[in-house]
Design a protein around this ligand. Sequence first.
Ligand code: ATP
Ligand code: ZN
Ligand code: MG
Length: 314
Amino acid sequence: MQAPNPSPLDSARERFRADLVDAGLLIPTAVPGLYGRSGVLESIIDAVDARIRRAGAGAHGSTARVLRFPPVYPREAFDRTDYIASFPNLTGSVATFRGDDRAHAELLATRAEGGDWDHFLEPAGTMLVSAACHPAYPTLTGTLPEEGALLDVYGYCFRHEPAIDPARLQAFRMHEFVRVGTPEQARAHRESWLPRALSVLTELGLDAVAAPANDPFFGRAGRMLASNQRTAELKTELLVRLYGDLDEGTAVVSCNSHQDHFGSAFGIDTADGAVAHSACVGFGMERIALAMLRTHGLSVEHWPAPQRALLAVG
Ligand code: ATP
Ligand code: ZN
Ligand code: MG
């Protein structure tokens, strides 16, 4: 059977991906959505991050607590996030070999015959981080001070969503500013970051618009959650059109309200004894860099002067 023709949008994405690979910016692997990054791409990401950190300092001075986590965190904490209920299909878990010599010999014999050896591995007690903010919540269990908590988290995330679209990666970085506190503190955080994030994108020369959004909650029950999230305006995305009219827009930044989801999951209370609310703004680092390459061209020497200047100081 012949594969159906790709849509014009898919073809455009495939061309952009091929161009990025030909230019040496993305280094492909055998798995879709998993790439190495060139020095130039990393320098764009660093420059974007310098601009994001400047916006963070402008908003919060030096009050945001900087936290950097590895891309792997405890399964026990993962379980509390409820991610497995909402996004089982995006989840990544770490497995390892815990058997004895005999089991190892069996594994090697199976492997020598060309068989699958994955079933010899067992859960290692760790999961891949799905959103940069997730490993931060266990650090807040207990009662928050009056002013709540304000975190600056930056790290690699894993989501099993293999795609040709070079902007949909299985492993990518997210820089987040997270507020945990009263409902008002969480709301104010989200509201103040929307225009701030838009102005960061404008300075990067990106034409972004804000739009209400929802997460792709899994299954039939998930459709209800998604529609509730959209109606309650709990998620706003900043979208950049990478392919003109073909494209509804790619989310380069998301502002999310979690209400009391993480507060109740991780036992975080406000100073007045209520369950804490939280909100975060997440910058998709690779997506922003790719959006700049798409908008300004693949050779940074030919970028407009203001964006070249950002790279020079980044
Ligand atoms: P999308 O709707 O495109 O799937 P999302 O709603 O899942 O994005 P969030 O979970 O809010 O995204 O993550 C915050 C940011 O991380 C997004 O705005 C985006 O820039 C980036 N991001 C999310 N998923 C990916 C991915 N698979 N590859 C690269 N960047 C991503
Ligand atoms: Zn977050
Ligand atoms: Mg998604």
